[in-house]
Ligand binder design. Sequence first.
Ligand code: URA
Length: 282
Amino acid sequence: MEQPLRKSYLDAMGITQWVVRQPSASEVEERPAAQPLAPEPVAAAKAEPPARPAAKPVADHDAPPAWLNEAPPSDEEWHPSETSDEAEQLSPRSIVADLGWDALQQHIAACKACELHRSRKQSVFGTGSPQADLLIIGEAPGADEDRLGEPFMGRAGKLLNAMLKAIGFERSQVYIANILKCRPPDNRDPHVEEVSHCRPYLMRQIELINPKVILAVGRVSAQNLLQSSDTLGRLRGRTHHFGTGNIPLIATYHPAYLLRSPEQKAKSWQDLQQTLSLLQKP
Ligand code: URA
């Protein structure tokens, strides 16, 4: 990858890149040699980008964007309750398998299969191109997403946009969905029965999109998609395969976690490069 392009990718993710310049004679004694902070790109990421509409160039800026330094959003008060028998009978399991894209969206908008429908403002189906090569799967809508009806709209969403730009994608060129379609109270982890009610929806979305690569962002997404209780630290860093289609799946840190732990961005950059190299495979 060419240096200016690589720099713009790293800038977009808020990763500071040190460049070695020739010091003046007076500077030589005053400061230690600069160390490169950015990880080396993996070999495969140096190949040509995949055939898709060209992404707009990322702005070249030296300072990280202001939102990287803001505090994570606060939680609101919510009141979880148990799944009712009535909700159990409304399980979508058997009915979504043959739905087309629009019918699936309508079905989810009206879903009352679990108790989350009582507290949601609206369900959040997903956003982007249903023909996308890259499918991003997060955890569940938060307050912003519940209000606006679209995934990843808050600060974490802005960072996700920057992460996508770092590998040359606009948000509209990928598809973004969640494990859960409705907001869990208190931003708590999804309950097992909520995931199991929602799973057929996500499975049908994956089937219809038929992506080339899935990027699972966050522990909840990765653990549920891979049916694993391993930590994200153990699940990231290698290529998994999802479902009967053996779709390559990369697990990486959730952007909300990266906002709290920016030192992990270098690892997420490696995951993104691995994702890009899988997308570039013929
Ligand atoms: N976090 C997620 O995992 N998904 C969203 O849509 C928003 C925040």
